[in-house]
Design a protein around this ligand. Structure first.
Ligand code: PLP
Length: 422
């Protein structure tokens, strides 16, 4: 096309890992019951008990006088529905004792949009010509951040330390000895649990990062899309953490409402006002449905019961099952390691010394109707391009039905074995 792209346009329109992933996901879901094994996207499972709650809530909204009309027919203020924000603040106050009110809560069109706003308002080019970046204390980190810059490189990633935690298991840890925070760092960001690895940074790691953030007076962004108290897809015993130095983001997606596009930012009031300003400029206001569906469940604490008693055990079992299949198909055949599965919806596989790149492996698997995400997309912001580990990993989602996931792992084992034999 002859219409020239601006710098912003080049960044946004000329291809990205997250676009490829979402296209794969959309196509696979649209095709439905064909032979594609979709182990790629972050689509949460349809848990019947959870889907039944959404249906029931929609019926209640339809029956209550004026509620449907309010939900569909009103622009809310750009920070979100006041009662919903108050309910969220109340839940966190009650659960964790944090000193929060509705003015500490801002709604966005999904967590994804929150990150776009946060990253681009905190980092990038400044009026006096300086440039600042978002420091990712552990790379690999969430693919969805990678292409969000409105101009120029936005991230500085840090390599983690590797802890070998079992014959076929490992865990990344923050390498504090080599974490450099200088005047070019605008903020730090971690997803916890981490997408893609299923890692959960320990309480000590988080406290240490929060201390560093306070010392340098920069925000620590903690992406809690999978964390406590909802959806609580977390399999280890860790504490959520917030103070005024921290920007905590939540999402309604992984508890089962990705279609409502509802993100929640928890932060000091001034930050929430900035987020609300950006929402009004970019989208006027937010989507109402997720807030309307969830509000009573947050007010009466039902969201905690669903998270703890339904969602978390469901995914824990899925993770254990997936690990059992990895053992069944990979053991004795392949030099592999799985990142310790502590939360989220994925297994992160590492094939040390893999003779082909993970991108090539992705293509071969796609040709066999198995969709995964090649690991290279999660390694960004790194100065050292030569790190072979970035081409040796795959992210596999375990949310789909048992036969799909099992067959997926079987095919992956075959293809990886073939690759090592070449
Ligand atoms: C770590 C992480 N953060 C944020 C998001 C964004 O989710 P949403 O925009 O659906 O709230 C995702 C989605 O997969 C994610 O995995």
């Amino acid at each position: 096309m002859s219409w020239e792209l601006s710098e912003f346009g080049r960044g946004m329109c000329t291809g990205s890992g997250i676009w490829e992933l979402m296209e794969d996901l959309g196509e696979a879901l649209a095709r439905g019951g064909d032979r594609t094994r979709m182990l790629g996207g972050g689509q949460p499972a349809h848990i019947p008990e959870i889907d039944a709650i959404w249906r029931q809530r929609m019926e209640e909204i339809m029956e209550a006088p004026g509620e449907l009309e309010h939900m569909l027919g009103n622009y809310e203020g750009p920070a979100g529905n006041e009662e919903f924000r108050a309910a969220v603040a109340g839940l966190f106050r009650h659960e964790f004792g944090w000193n929060l009110g509705s003015r500490n809560i801002g709604i966005t069109a999904g967590g994804q949009t929150a990150f776009f706003f946060l990253f681009n308002s905190l980092a990038g080019r400044f009026e006096d010509g300086r440039r600042k970046k978002i420091l990712l204390p552990i790379v690999p980190e969430y693919i969805g951040y990678a292409n969000q810059s409105t101009g120029g490189e936005l991230f500085r990633g840090a390599r983690p330390k590797f802890e070998l935690t079992g014959e076929h298991e490992f865990k990344y840890r923050v390498d504090f000895d080599n974490l450099v925070i200088d005047e070019d760092v605008a903020a730090m960001c971690v997803s916890r649990p981490t997408n893609p690895t299923g890692n959960v940074l320990t309480d000590n790691e988080i406290v240490h990062l929060a201390e560093l953030a306070a010392e340098h007076d920069i925000p620590l962004i903690i992406d809690n899309a999978y964390g406590a108290p909802f959806p609580n897809i977390i399999f280890t015993d860790v504490k959520p953490f917030w103070n005024e130095q921290i920007i905590l983001t939540q999402s309604l997606s992984k508890i089962g409402l990705p279609g409502t596009r509802t993100g929640i930012v928890i932060a000091r009031e001034e930050l929430i006002r900035r987020v609300s300003s950006m929402t009004s400029i970019v989208g006027l206001s937010n989507t109402n449905a997720g807030q309307a569906i969830m509000q009573p469940l947050i007010e009466n604490g039902e969201v905690l019961r669903l998270s703890n008693e339904v969602v978390q055990p469901f995914y824990r079992k899925k993770s254990e099952q997936a690990q059992a299949w990895v053992k069944e198909f990979f053991d004795d055949l392949l030099p592999y390691r799985v990142h310790r599965s502590e939360g989220a919806l994925f297994l992160w596989l590492w094939f040390d010394g893999l003779p082909i790149t993970s991108r090539e492996l992705y293509e071969r698997l796609k040709a066999r109707n198995v969709l995964v995400v090649p690991g290279n997309y999660f390694f960004y912001g790194l100065e050292d391009e030569e790190w072979e580990h970035r081409h040796e990993c795959l992210r596999i989602s375990f949310t789909m039905s048992e036969d799909v996931v099992r067959e997926g792992f079987r095919v992956i084992a075959e293809e990886v074995k073939r690759a090592y034999a070449e």
